[in-house]
Write a new protein. Structure first.
Length: 359
């Protein structure tokens, strides 16, 4: 029997390999779902993920406090899909710089890919990942609320208030608003540990019930839970402030704002928008603005650094920052000399308030 020539065997083997590759390519789907993610683009959103309904522009989540610092996420939305995610606040200093630089880009990419807050934590960045996911969820809640308003006043909106710090721990309220009425209220954060567990268990259900019954933040404090009640009302008011014009149940609130009702037959809507709390070296800064006809008509700091030297700086700088915000109509305002940290926090909170108005 004749033996096959080595060159002939090599040619036959190469031909078989080429044939196999051609066959595999012919079986490849016309569309590769992973290719969009690899290119950094948003994949098609699955049901129940990012809110649909034409939401466009920037949406900034609430700042989530972690053991190593605040995390705050801003999303860019296009027709209800997340096209970009970024952390406008993240832990910094020392080892945190390295962890933030490594984890945040991966979390940003995961948010765009998942189109939801259901993303995996980055190994070695547990606290940063948890804070990121929490702030991301609050941004999605705000986008969902905006989508609900666009679809009509009968749509349900979920609005998550800012965290209110109390002497015994943080309080944060989430409400569901349907047809302009509060249909559900819940505390997603409340004081805990020791005596606080009992007070929270007794007072929060009553506060939830009162919020639904009143339809505003003008509710009575629960006896024996003064601090929890105050924090609850403050966070509830900030949730109602986030209701877009025409879709709110925030009118008549006792904290002096929260009106989201249109005037003049609905042509020139007036909104009161409360920005997220910006943490500074000397204390938190939080800004509330009134927007009418697309212009800032009033600006005020509902939180600002206090105590010692901060009292003097705050009393001198905040009125000037308020005036500058109204004059500029945006957050591009100059810092007040001698109040660098307060000015930076003011601008950050002001921007997050304006983000809620879609600009």
């Amino acid at each position: 029997m004749r033996k096959s020539h080595p060159v002939r065997r090599a040619v036959l083997a190469g031909a078989a390999t080429v044939s196999g590759i051609v066959l595999l390519l012919s079986l490849k789907p016309a569309s590769d779902p992973g290719s969009a993610q690899a290119a950094g683009q948003a994949p098609p959103a699955a049901a129940g993920q990012a809110p649909q309904g034409g939401v466009n522009g920037a949406v900034t989540g609430d700042a989530a406090q972690t053991q190593y610092g605040a995390v705050q996420v801003r999303l860019t939305m296009n027709n209800g899909k997340i096209t970009q995610a970024e952390a406008v606040q993240a832990p910094k200093g020392g080892r945190s710089d390295q962890i933030t630089a490594s984890s945040v880009p991966r979390l940003n990419q995961a948010a765009v890919a998942a189109q939801s807050a259901e993303i995996d934590a980055v190994s070695g960045a547990t606290y940063t990942s948890a804070g990121y996911k929490k702030s991301l969820q609050s941004a999605l809640d705000k986008a969902k609320a905006s989508a609900g308003a666009q679809q009509g006043s009968g749509g349900a909106q979920t609005l998550t208030g800012d965290v209110a710090q109390t002497q015994y721990g943080p309080v944060q309220v989430r409400v569901t608003v349907t047809g302009g009425k509060i249909t559900k209220a819940e505390a997603v954060q409340a004081p805990k540990g020791g005596r606080s567990d009992q007070i929270t268990a007794s007072s929060v259900p009553r506060l939830n019930q009162a919020a639904v019954a009143a339809g505003t933040a003008d509710i009575d404090a629960v006896s024996g839970a003064t601090y929890t009640s105050a924090g609850y009302k403050k966070s509830l008011q900030s949730a109602l402030d986030k209701a877009p014009a025409g879709g709110g149940s925030s009118q008549g609130a006792g904290s002096g704002g929260g009106q989201a009702a249109g005037s003049g037959g609905g042509q020139a809507a007036t909104q009161t928008l409360t920005g997220s709390v910006a943490q500074t070296q000397y204390g938190p800064v939080q800004v509330r603005v009134t927007v009418a006809g697309g212009k800032i008509t009033k600006a005020e700091a509902v939180q600002a650094p206090k105590g010692g030297r901060s009292d003097q700086i705050t009393s001198s700088s905040v009125p000037r920052l308020n005036q500058a915000a109204v004059a500029a109509g945006n957050a591009q305002i100059d810092a007040v000399s001698g109040a660098t940290y307060t000015s930076a926090g003011y601008k950050q909170s002001l921007q997050s308030a304006l983000d809620q108005a879609g600009g």
